[in-house]
Design a protein around this ligand. Structure first.
Ligand code: BDR
Ligand code: CA
Length: 334
């Protein structure tokens, strides 16, 4: 997993921890929602909260390839996990650089590892420069990023993960040109991830699935800043985090909801939520001040270039929430 944790990255991580058939080989951290070191601390604290110390967490790129770093504490909270406050982790950050982790782990297990990227693509672009065979060595790749013929969430035409490091995204898509269809990245872009709209009722269902004694206390409509108050520490953490994201979405008139972009990508990577996808040739604008970070999909072969992505065009939000809530609820219940 390569992440910029991040509220929805946090749910993605906890969800994958909850799946018995998934082994998380390593977590690599990139600067995005918050700085890369804070991302690592968040991941380590979440692992400890879930009783899963021992998974390697490595820091990677602290800045994008060519442009200055922009972070978004107003979206994800001062530390990246909303209102949740996690203790400083006991486990140390890995001495390996994230790019070394990508290259060494994938080379050591050719054809076995599925990469999941839910932050800017900086680490993976750097890893590709070092090992151009990564696309062939990976079992698969799932990316949360981009938006195609759909409004952006960072500029009118650009999605956050691509917008933070458009040059990295461009390099990644270029590296996949001409590869067999089954090796092309599955791209979970805004037009489908924004359908994964978490509501207060979903948080209450999570508390119930966790068997929390006080699910009625997990009321996200309470005034901003209040703790969610569940007796279950994992449910309380996720509710405090996600409630912040709901408050943010409400500011932008999207309602009291939170888009679980990264958790959807995680469920797709685990093969646990249904998706339909369409082959396309994707490129990223890196020059125009008006359109920088815009992802463009050529579905018709108009550029005369081979496809380099499978863009998710259909998903099932209800089934996805059922999966997330039942799996994470079971983990929280212990
Ligand atoms: C993406 O941007 C981040 O803020 C989220 O964590 C997600 O990965 C959605 O555009
Ligand atoms: Ca993210």
């Amino acid at each position: 997993m390569d992440v910029d944790t991040g509220i929805d990255d946090a749910l993605a991580l906890v969800y994958l921890l909850s799946r018995p058939e998934v082994t998380i080989q390593a977590i690599t951290c990139t600067a995005g929602n918050v700085g890369a070191r804070q991302v690592a601390l968040n991941n380590l604290a979440l692992l400890e909260l879930c009783g899963r110390q021992g998974i390697e967490v490595a820091v990677g790129a602290e800045v994008p390839l060519q442009i200055p770093l922009v972070t978004t504490e107003e979206t994800h909270g001062p530390q990246g996990i909303g209102h949740a406050e996690l203790p400083l982790p006991q486990q140390a950050i890995s001495p390996r650089h994230a790019v070394d982790v990508w290259v060494e782990e994938v080379r050591a297990r050719p054809g076995e590892i599925t990469g999941l990227i839910t932050g800017p693509l900086t680490n993976f672009a750097l890893a590709l420069r070092r090992e151009p065979e990564l696309p062939r060595l990976l079992k698969g790749l799932v990316i949360m990023g981009g938006c195609f013929n759909y409004q952006g969430n960072t500029t009118p035409t650009a999605e956050w993960n691509v917008s933070v490091d458009p040059h990295a995204a461009k390099e990644v898509f270029a590296a996949y040109r001409g590869l067999p269809e089954e090796q092309l990245p599955l791209v979970c872009a805004l037009e489908t991830t924004e359908r994964i709209e978490m509501r207060p009722a979903h948080l209450r269902a999570l508390a119930e699935a966790a068997g929390a004694e006080d699910p009625e206390l997990v009321l996200p409509d309470q005034p901003e800043g209040l703790r969610s108050g569940s007796s279950n520490p994992l449910v309380a953490c996720l509710s405090d985090a996600i409630r912040f994201y709901m408050e943010f979405h409400r500011l932008y008139d999207q309602g009291y909801v939170a888009h679980m972009h990264d958790a959807f990508a995680a469920a797709a990577a685990a093969g646990r939520t249904s998706v339909t996808a369409r082959l396309a040739t994707v490129d990223v604008e890196t020059d125009s001040p008006l359109l920088i970070g815009t992802t463009v999909a050529d579905y018709r072969g108009l550029w005369g270039l081979p496809p380099n992505a499978r863009i998710v065009t259909g998903n099932d939000p209800d089934q996805c929430f059922e999966e997330l809530i039942s799996s994470v609820g079971a983990l929280a219940a212990g």
